[in-house]
Design a protein around this ligand. Structure first.
Ligand code: CTP
Length: 409
């Protein structure tokens, strides 16, 4: 169990996402963690201390001025007797309080009194998240060493509005907690590893672009898994709606050329893993104004040129990392094509995945949660069974760790 006997103090803020905290408690406990909860007064409007207490199997703390609670445990002990404090959902209010050092209820007092790491999972309306005040508070908290997971983009539960502000999913929060607390094995400590992830967007004009169905799930999961093993992970991500993985330094790019530049700037590195579904082509000359429909002229024809191949650039680079891993998204002749890519692109391994809709049992790897891969190297082909992308990531991170072990830091 990855979190065996780890003590987590979970502060539940007042937001509709509080219902997800119930699942979060369950997931943390499944992994062996001891979870104790503080709820703000607003949180108790969304979920009851009774259900929270039933899941933690512990007393739930709600009131700074409760004589019994203060006598039994006290807010200082509450914050010190934890290995990690998790705030989920972290509301705009809780962020603002901590950013300015306010302590007028139990949750904010615990946060100010702690000497432990604090991980916040923000959840709020997209307008609140993008408000200059929240932007300021977020920056300040990051400066103060507060860690963040999420928020994700997507539709809000209450308003149907879209944008960043949705709380990270319980399993994403668990994975962030594991990154911070699972110190059982850190075989990649001291190793710098570059990962590319997600699609690229190639502009046609200021409002239109060419894209693909990559979600970034597999690449982000690999970055998180490498970080869990102690690596200094630099993720170069194309446009995705999922959250930056915790404990990973993420650079955001749009186009293939930007991705190549970002990757080259990060060299040298011990290893590089290219998971991004980079667009093979871009328009030769993207228009700097919106292309209009002109009556009688018909649709415009787009002239395409080839994008740089980032994997191949790095595979043949003067600063080539010791280990270079590529992916091969194929719909037919999976192994044969992967073997050809291995040679052509200068990789040590190609992780070949069948992205045809029948490639996995649940509607295909592209955008889905499952993946079935084969590891192709000059030594042969290793077939892995179909599994969750998180599991593929964990196994791949272990493979990278085994390979890097043979060279000294
Ligand atoms: N890749 C890259 N830069 C590109 C295209 C691909 O870095 N411009 C990387 C991908 O991240 C992946 C590998 O190359 O690791 C293979 O990508 P894939 O799309 O399967 O191969 P292609 O070279 O594009 O070949 P094809 O589309 O013809 O199968």
């Amino acid at each position: 169990m990855t979190l065996s006997a780890k003590r987590i103090l979970l502060i539940i803020g007042g937001g509709i996402a509080a219902y997800k905290s119930l699942d979060l408690i369950r997931r943390l406990r499944e992994r062996g963690a001891l979870v104790r909860c503080v709820m703000t007064a607003a949180a108790t409007e969304f979920v009851t201390p009774l259900s929270v207490g039933a899941l933690t199997a512990d007393h739930v703390f709600t009131n700074l001025f409760d004589r019994q609670d203060e006598h039994d445990v006290g807010h200082i002990r509450l914050s010190r007797e934890a290995d990690l404090i998790v705030v989920a959902p972290a509301t705009a209010d809780l962020m603002a309080k901590l950013a300015s050092g306010l302590a007028n209820d139990l949750a904010s007092t615990v946060l100010l009194a702690t000497d432990k790491k604090v991980l916040m999972a923000p959840a709020m309306n997209p307008k609140m998240w993008s408000h200059p005040a929240t932007r300021r508070n977020h920056k300040q908290l990051e400066k103060d060493g507060i860690l963040f997971v999420g928020p994700n983009s997507g539709e809000m539960a209450e308003s149907g509005e879209a944008g960043a502000g949705r709380m990270a999913e319980p399993l994403e929060i668990v994975s962030a907690v594991e990154t911070l607390l699972d110190d059982s094995a850190k075989p990649l400590a001291g190793r710098k590893i570059i990962v590319t992830s997600g699609p690229t967007h190639e502009p046609i004009d200021p409002v239109r672009y060419i894209a693909n169905r990559s979600s970034g799930k597999q690449g982000h999961a690999i970055a998180a898994a490498l970080a869990r093993l102690g690596a200094d992970v630099r993720l170069v991500s194309g446009p995705v709606t999922i959250a930056d993985p915790t404990g990973v330094k993420t650079v955001h790019v749009e186009r293939a050329e930007e991705m190549r530049d970002a990757v080259e700037q990060l060299l040298p590195a011990d290893a590089a893993i290219f998971v991004a579904a980079v667009a093979d082509w871009r328009t030769a000359d993207a228009s700097d104004h919106k292309i209009k429909k002109v009556a009688g002229k018909g649709p415009p024809s787009l002239k395409m040129v080839e994008n740089p191949d980032i994997l191949s650039t790095v595979g043949h680079h003067s600063k080539r990392p010791w280990l270079v891993v590529g992916f091969a998204a194929e719909t037919q002749d999976v192994v044969k094509n992967a073997q050809a890519k291995l040679k052509k692109k200068g990789a040590d391994f190609i992780v070949a995945n069948d992205v045809s809709p029948s490639g996995t049992s649940k509607g295909g790897a592209m955008g889905g949660d499952r993946n079935r891969v084969r590891i192709v190297s000059k030594d042969g082909v290793d077939e892995w069974p179909e599994m969750d992308k998180d599991e593929v990531a964990a196994r791949l991170a272990e493979l990278v760790a085994r390979k890097l072990k043979t060279i000294s830091v």
